[in-house]
Design a protein around this ligand. Structure first.
Ligand SMILES: [Zn+2]
Length: 295
């Protein structure tokens, strides 16, 4: 399997402070929109949430590490990619688009922006969101301060530390003979189905979470759980951990509030699936290849 989108680039080094600021690549966000130079929206998209992708896109490169000046609400140093310095910033919702640049959602830049920059944009988006959400102490309400040696915001009054958070979630692709169990949430684009997924609760293992989620969402029992792969997922800050498992028992009974529809699909007649940006699609594709090969 090729590297999953949002995987850390091999030549990326994480630093919190910049010793000698120089020319750098900038990840500037306004909400969840990234500032890029980009071509016309004419490339086809495999993502039902994205109508078309730009023909090309690249990050702004700037010699001055303070080029946004007072327009930045926050600026974070991300480290280096090879020799290039990387900076992330957030600007206010009213900020104008600098000349020659445009705002674009991250999903629309998948397979368009350089893979390393795309992955680091996912990291930048999460860190900007974390920094914005931890300006005040969650325990006593005092303003927090950042540290120069590690990525953390600390409360000077009560010493509580707030690190960037990651929410683990499991994904289950359930097999039964030549069929896959796929479901759709009410939030999905029309016609799209995917594997089941849910967040890990405090006090449970991944395997327990998997069994609970599948049973809660569609009422069936699973067995023979096999790990597939994991993916950082920056919408907003998850780690998706994907498994394949076998159907054991039970009738399909979708949970009304979570699942709009769930069905067993023949591996040769699958519905619309998620984009290749997500581990869900990689998981389904890999299992389909395996099942078709064994028929
Ligand atoms: Zn505090």
């Amino acid at each position: 399997m090729t590297e999953l989108p949002f995987s850390r680039p091999t030549d990326y080094e994480h630093f919190v402070t910049c010793e000698a600021p120089g020319e750098g690549c900038w990840f500037v966000f306004k909400g969840d929109q990234l500032l890029v130079e980009m071509g016309p929206l004419e490339a086809p998209s495999d993502d039902l949430r994205v109508r078309a992708r730009p023909a090309w896109a690249r990050l702004p490169l700037r010699k001055n590490h303070n080029w946004l000046g007072a327009t930045a609400l926050r600026t974070l140093y991300l480290g280096r990619l090879g020799a290039a310095h990387l900076w992330a910033a957030e600007v206010s919702p009213e900020a104008d688009v600098p000349g020659g640049l445009a705002w674009a959602g991250l999903r629309s830049l998948f397979s368009v922006l350089d893979d390393s920059h795309f992955a680091l944009a996912g990291r930048a988006l999460q860190l900007i969101d974390w920094d914005r959400s931890h300006q005040f102490c969650g325990r006593c309400g005092s303003p927090t301060v950042s540290k120069s040696e590690e990525r953390v915001r600390v409360c000077p009054a009560c010493k509580l530390s707030a690190y960037p958070r990651v929410a683990p979630a499991v994904m289950a692709l359930v097999r039964r003979e030549n069929q896959l169990l796929l479901a759709r949430s009410p939030h999905f684009p029309a016609g799209m189905y995917s594997a089941l997924a849910g967040f890990v609760e405090p006090g449970e293992s991944l395997e327990q979470c998997l069994a609970r989620e599948v049973h809660e969402e569609v009422g069936v029992q699973i067995s023979n759980t096999r790990y597939f792969a994991s993916q950082s997922w920056p919408f907003p800050h998850s780690l998706m951990i994907a498994f394949v498992c076998d159907y054991e028992s039970g009738e399909l009974r979708p949970q009304p509030s979570e699942i709009e529809a769930a069905n067993w699909f023949d591996v040769l007649q699958l519905p619309k699936l998620p984009s290749k940006i997500s581990i869900a699609r990689r998981l389904i594709d890999a299992v389909v290849v395996e099942m078709r090969g064994s028929k």
